[in-house]
Design a protein around this ligand. Structure first.
Ligand code: THU
Length: 136
């Protein structure tokens, strides 16, 4: 699966966002090493801290289906009124740490506006000196 295809799936997932409080819609598409793809959207809650980001929705869906080996993730986010995001939406700190639970620093994160405009970065770049209790 190429980056454009993965971004297209993330854009489709973004349409499912449940974000009545922020009016910000995010979609993610996670490619597993075995080729399976899991998508996710942000799901907000009246108790704000219960909100789940699109990236974690995709990762938790995958883990709950027995998949823990991941190749890359595409992320798209922007104001609800923008059919296609007008800017880049980088994963939040909590999502970066959740990625780190299953992926090493080489995990690819595609931060996209659309299928052709995107930045490709690694988890190591977004989360340097990361914490992993398993390394102690
Ligand atoms: N959000 C995500 O889903 N992913 C990110 O990487 C950043 C933020 C969501 C959480 C909340 O529903 C909304 O965007 C505004 O913060």
């Amino acid at each position: 699966m190429n980056n454009g295809e993965l971004i297209k799936l993330a854009l489709g997932a973004r349409e499912k966002a449940y974000s009545p409080y922020s009016g910000f819609r995010v979609g993610a598409a996670l490619l597993c090493k075995n080729g399976k793809v899991f998508t996710g959207c942000n799901i907000e809650n009246s108790g704000f801290s219960a909100t789940n980001c699109a990236e974690r929705t995709a990762i938790f869906k995958a883990v709950s289906e027995g998949e823990t080996e991941f190749e890359k993730i595409a992320v798209v986010g922007g104001k609800a009124e923008d059919i296609i995001p007008s800017d880049y939406c980088a994963p939040c700190g909590i999502c970066r740490q959740v990625m780190r639970e299953f992926c090493d620093g080489g995990f690819e994160i595609i931060i996209a506006k659309n299928e052709t405009e995107y930045k490709s970065v690694t988890l190591g770049e977004l989360l340097p000196m990361s914490f992993d209790v398993r390394e102690f």
